[in-house]
Design a binder for this molecule. Structure first.
Ligand SMILES: [Zn+2]
Length: 106
């Protein structure tokens, strides 16, 4: 396991949030995001990719801010935050996985 990026929290939290995603859902064959051409990884997808800007903004209406440095902190802040962020992460990864499967079929 590499460094986690959120050192004040247990590794298990981080791994659940950022790394516990099936490998095929994380990277395209070229390693580039299919929406914005940046390097495709979980951090790019969740925090930076313009494709998910609206979903991210919806979550941020509840959490007020959502960046890689405060993700776990925000999740632990309240049950509402946890639910909103979890739905956001799961929703994005699910949609992205569906798109990637469709691309492979074409
Ligand atoms: Zn992207």
């Amino acid at each position: 396991m590499g460094t986690c990026g959120i050192p004040s929290y247990p590794m298990s939290n981080c791994s659940w949030v950022l790394y516990d995603i099936p490998r095929e859902n994380r990277k395209t064959a070229e390693g580039k995001c299919m929406y914005c051409d940046e390097i495709d990884d979980a951090e790019q997808t969740i925090f930076l990719c313009h494709r998910w800007q609206r979903k991210r903004a919806e979550a941020e209406m509840v959490t007020r801010s959502l960046i890689v440095e405060n993700l776990v902190e925000k999740m632990l802040e309240s049950e509402e935050n946890w639910t909103v962020i979890e739905n956001f992460l799961v929703g994005v990864m699910k949609r992205k996985g569906e798109h990637e499967r469709v691309e492979k079929l074409v």
